[in-house]
Write a protein that binds this ligand. Structure first.
Ligand code: GUN
Length: 293
């Protein structure tokens, strides 16, 4: 039976650390970190995430700004708003919640954000800085995964980390982050994706397995070895008539079977999810601090 990695508790610890930094920044400089969160459309999961991000920001003394657009909004309207936020000195961090409706070009919208305010770390300038080994803003979910590993004494250094998924938001940046020559990284990283022939043959070699594929319970117990550390990034809704909502949340890992073999595993919910918000706050604090230097 494995240890459950308590992302909720570790995220609370990080939020308190960031709160201390916010209060000293505000005391010393008068700056209140401002975080603009842009939501397009009415995707119910995105609405929940955005609300949580704003509440968490406000709880630690930041100034969250709520920007909402209709599902059918023209890209030019969003670009004009981003231009205005880029100029606004009270806004230190800008986040456009993804995914965007199909008619909007996500990459072009992200490129419109001032890279010094890109607290999601998705602008090509910040992606490049991470790959070059001089990160400015590390995307929040990968940063959260690294913190979870370190704070639970599962340092990835020298370990074989297998990442399932190659998204811009998780798979690519966590791979870049953990292969850096750094005492909190320094892993041997293998990336599996939809083009991988026999995923199980590779995931069974993992000391640390990071599942970020967006497919409910794809990783089953036959795909892992005894003692593996499992980080489950998936948050999927699975129909469940016994629940009031009609669904339950499951990860990309078949939790019950895999936890029998894993030495440590993140639950869903309560694993990676809260860490993403904590690290977003960390990045927003960093963005505000950069403007005061
Ligand atoms: N959608 C799911 N995760 C994220 C994230 O980390 N940032 C943004 N902007 N959108 C997301």
């Amino acid at each position: 039976m494995s240890n459950i990695i308590d992302g909720k508790a570790i995220a609370a610890e990080i939020r308190s650390e960031v709160e201390v930094s916010v209060s000293s920044l505000t005391r010393d400089t008068g700056i209140v970190p401002g975080l603009a969160v842009v939501l397009v459309g009415d995707n119910p999961a995105s609405q929940v995430y955005v609300r949580n991000k704003q509440k968490s920001a406000s709880d630690i003394g930041m100034n969250p700004m709520d920007i909402k657009f209709h599902q059918d909004v023209d890209i030019a309207i969003i670009e004009a708003k981003l231009d205005q936020l880029n100029e606004d000195e009270s806004v230190h961090g800008i986040l456009v919640q993804l995914p965007l409706p199909g008619h909007l070009d996500e990459k072009s919208i992200i490129r419109r954000i001032n890279p010094m305010k890109d607290v999601d770390g998705l602008h090509p300038e910040n992606v490049g800085l991470l790959l070059a080994g001089i990160p400015r803003f590390v995307p929040a979910t990968p940063a959260g995964i690294q913190e979870l590993l370190i704070r639970t004494n599962n340092n990835p250094s020298g370990q074989h980390v297998v990442v399932c998924g190659r998204s811009d938001i998780v798979g690519k940046p966590i791979s870049a982050l953990l292969l850096q020559k750094d005492k909190s990284a320094n892993a041997t990283v293998t990336i599996c994706h939809t083009g991988t022939k026999d995923m199980g043959a590779i995931t069974r070699q993992a000391d640390i397995l990071i599942a970020a594929v967006g497919i409910p319970e794809l990783i089953t117990s036959d795909m892992v070895s005894d003692g593996v550390v499992v980080i489950d990034v998936g948050i999927n809704r699975k129909p469940d008539s016994s629940k009031k909502t009609g669904y339950k949340l499951v990860g990309d890992v078949e939790y019950i079977g895999v936890s029998e073999k894993a030495s440590a595993i993140t639950p869903v919910p309560g694993g990676v999810g809260p860490m993403t918000i904590a690290m977003l706050l960390y990045n927003t604090m960093k963005a505000a601090k950069l403007t005061s230097e």
